[in-house]
Design a protein around this ligand. Structure first.
Ligand code: HEC
Length: 133
């Protein structure tokens, strides 16, 4: 419960600070290509050109659902991209606060909460969900 509340307030804070400018909508695939492939690789399997420089290697992002018992944890993934510090403080995964600055859209969580979420962050998570094995 605490964890989902933390994610909730994190996304809410982001929602309040984002959205000053109205950049054109970018698709999750475009965002991924530009900002994520250097470490996670073009196929998202964790084999980008910079991958070998990390003590904790970039995750294989096509296996997130499998690692999570078959369910894609959208909120956790968005929190990870956004920079929720609980999980990856020791890892090399950067925070992408600026990349995800975008118009706010409403995302309905599996628990039925409507959470204002930056469009780019949701697009990235939706893209990752679409490439799960
Ligand atoms: C500078 C290298 C680097 C870049 C660029 C990068 N990542 Fe990562 N990422 C990592 C590393 C290293 C890990 C594993 C260790 C950790 O969690 O910090 C990771 C972990 C993750 C996880 C957690 C996976 C899991 O199994 O829970 C997600 C989700 C993720 N990255 C998404 C992204 C997305 C989306 C982008 C682009 C916006 C991105 N990453 C860009 C290095 C990077």
């Amino acid at each position: 419960m605490f964890r989902s509340l933390a994610v909730f307030s994190l996304l809410t804070i982001t929602a309040c600070t984002a959205g000053m400018i109205d950049p054109p909508k970018k698709s999750g695939a475009q965002l991924f290509d530009k900002h994520c492939t250097s470490c996670h690789g073009r196929t998202a399997q964790g084999d980008g050109p910079r991958a070998s420089s990390f003590a904790i290697p970039p995750s294989n992002l096509t296996m997130i659902a499998q690692r999570n018992g078959g369910t894609f944890p959208t909120a956790d993934v968005m929190a990870q991209i956004n920079g929720y510090s609980g999980r990856h403080q020791m890892g090399g995964m950067p925070e992408f606060e600026e990349v995800i600055q975008s118009p706010i859209v409403e995302w309905t969580s599996p628990m039925g909460e409507v959470i204002p979420t930056p469009q780019a962050l949701l697009a990235l998570a939706t893209y990752l969900e679409s490439i799960q094995e």
